[in-house]
Design a protein around this ligand. Structure first.
Ligand code: WT7
Length: 568
């Protein structure tokens, strides 16, 4: 029996107080996610239950942590940060691979009331810089191998006081602002005064890419727990004896909302694989730890499909009870394939960094419609809006903008230092997701595409603006336009159109030079797969580059109205 019971019944009388009651929270109380994810689980008698099974690059490298370990070690990190003078409201960045310090460190940061800013460890120095600068980050927790990227930008970050290295071997002398902290050598802090955060206290800052301007810091608060807990319970269907594997990196919202908070607030055992993707490694991981609930992403699923059916048969994957997906459109074929290979369909879920928790999904115990994102979570007011009037469209199968009334607990509270852009996300009282979809006769949502130029490559949003800016810093580049092009596995990949300054030659050597130049600035995910040389870029009469025209060309689509195109 699925946790949710009857979806229809919940629709009739839903109230978020269901989650508040289960969590023993009353309006106005102290609410601290760090406490809920560790101390509370211990108080419920699960101190010795395994909270985290972590596997590193080789499968001999395994670490296990009980809920009591998680409780004490997050206290330890919290106490250490507090000792440095870090306090509530300060931003502390986590810039690490998927090591235990990342997961436990996040709780430690939250326990002192500071705001955790997780950033994907593959970010290059420029991507890192804009995010640390915007947040005014005071401390960054990192690994030795990533610290050099911070050194490069340090003199431009006056607010950054500490670079805390968790795995320094003491071989080299420490650089400016670096200090060393070893979680396994630190004195364990059994008792800790957790900062009394309230519902609206800041918790996590996740950066997400938009079409224009720099990445935006999505501010979440401790009250987000209410949505994350209930959606992890009803949509991911997490149950007490589950072994849960969320494949997302906590540098992105799935990795925190469900790779840390949802799972641990429910007292579930979760496992983490800190190594690159391969079909064998993933199936072996499921087999070895008897994973029962698996939350992954379409690009990974398409890569598994490509690896073939024979590999699947080499492993015993019978432990899997429930599987779900997020991040990009999940093709109907992938759902049908998983049904054939694992005996169950991938349940698609739809949400965003900004929403903080799952919004639309296929619910356990209900019929999955392959290719559809499913139904809105109970308690949400969801609609498809007409793009001109921003009024709800009630007609079946008519495309519109996906929008929600902004009233669920995990909604973003603002974009950090950018309230103006935040306000632009609303029309007629609706929060606009920036995505388009239709609704069928049963109320199921069918994704169409984004309503902006943001590129979704392998489930990661890439801002064309950020890539164009990096390209423009190369001395030879005069102009650039970045769009997506189709790809079998990643659905979309990044493609750059470039014009060069006079005196530079467009050739393979130049391409390599430019690629190497931007690689250091961006994340590997944002790297163009191709540069196409242009004599000039399509522009509007006012001189704005028309990405739309280039995009249509790549996708073999009708170019549409180009009456504003410059014509000479
Ligand atoms: C964007 C949000 C929160 C999960 C990680 C991504 C796209 C997300 C789906 C889905 C089609 C999806 C949307 C959305 N997206 N889930 N099930 N089907 N598209 O978070 O980086 O903030 O990206 O990812 O375009 O707006 P994100």
């Amino acid at each position: 029996m699925a946790n949710i019971g009857s979806y229809e019944n919940h629709l009739k009388n839903f109230n978020w107080s269901i989650a508040e009651k289960e969590l023993g929270y009353l309006d106005g109380d102290v609410i601290n996610i760090g406490w809920y994810c560790s101390d509370r689980i211990c108080q419920l008698g699960k101190s010795e239950k395994t909270a985290l099974i972590w596997e590193g690059k080789g499968d001999h490298e395994v670490k296990k942590f009980t809920y009591n370990d998680i409780r004490v070690l997050s206290n330890t990190i919290g106490a250490y940060l507090r000792g440095l003078g870090i306090h509530d409201g300060d931003r502390v960045c986590l810039f690490m691979d998927k090591v235990p310090e990342l997961y436990i460190g996040l709780l430690g940061i939250l326990k002192i009331g500071a705001i955790a800013q997780p950033l994907f460890s593959a970010f290059g120095d420029e991507s890192l810089f804009v995010r640390l600068e915007n947040a005014g980050t005071r401390a960054i927790i990192t690994q030795r191998k990533h610290a050099s990227k911070i050194q490069k930008i340090l003199d431009r970050l006056p607010n950054l006081e500490y670079i805390i290295v968790v795995d320094d071997e003491g071989k080299k002398t420490l650089k400016d602002k670096e200090i060393v902290f070893h979680l396994d050598k630190a004195e364990r802090v059994e008792k800790f005064d957790i900062f009394p955060t309230k519902a609206e206290s800041g918790s996590i800052l996740h950066y997400t890419s938009g079409t224009t301007g720099q990445p935006k810091g999505v501010k979440h608060v401790h009250y987000s727990l209410i949505s994350q807990y209930l959606t992890a319970k009803w949509v991911l269907d997490l149950q007490d004896d589950d072994i849960y594997w969320c494949t997302a990196d906590p540098g992105w919202v799935t990795g925190t909302s469900y790779g840390i908070i949802g799972a641990w607030a429910l007292g579930v055992t979760q496992c983490v694989l800190d190594s690159g993707f391969s079909a064998e490694a993933w199936y072996r991981f499921i087999e070895k730890y008897r994973v029962t609930m698996w939350y992954s992403a379409p690009t990974a699923i398409r890569s598994l499909m490509k690896a073939g059916d024979e590999i699947v048969k080499k492993f015993d994957l019978s432990s899997l009870r429930h599987i779900a997906s997020v991040g990009e459109p999940l093709n109907a074929e992938a759902v049908v394939w998983s049904q054939r290979m694992f005996g169950k369909p991938f349940y698609d879920t739809y949400w965003q960094t900004e929403t903080g928790s799952i919004m639309i999904s296929n619910f356990p115990g209900m019929k999955v419609k392959p290719g559809s994102m499913g139904l809105p979570f109970p308690g949400l007011t969801a609609a498809i809006l007409d793009p001109d009037s921003f009024e709800p469209i009630y007609a079946v199968n008519k495309p519109g903008l996906i929008a929600f009334r902004h009233d669920w607990p995990a909604r973003m509270r603002t974009y950090w230092n950018n309230e103006e852009t935040f306000q632009k996300k609303f029309k007629n009282g609706w929060y606009l997701t920036g995505d388009r979809s239709t609704i069928d006769k049963d109320g199921y949502y069918w994704f169409i595409g984004r309503d902006d130029d943001v590129i979704n490559t392998g489930g990661h949003l890439v801002s064309p603006f950020e890539v164009e800016s990096a390209l423009l810093e190369h001395p030879a580049v005069a102009e650039s336009a970045v769009v997506s092009k189709p790809d079998d596995i990643n659905m979309e990949v990044v493609k750059a159109f470039v014009t060069l300054h006079a005196g530079y030659e467009a050739n393979d050597e130049m391409e390599l030079d430019i690629m190497n130049f931007i690689r250091k600035k961006l994340s590997p995910l944002a790297m163009p797969q191709e540069i196409e040389w242009m004599d000039k870029l399509p522009k509007t009469r006012s001189g704005k580059i028309m990405r739309r025209v280039l995009h249509a060309k790549e996708w073999g689509e009708d170019i549409g109205d180009i009456s504003t195109l410059e014509n000479d």
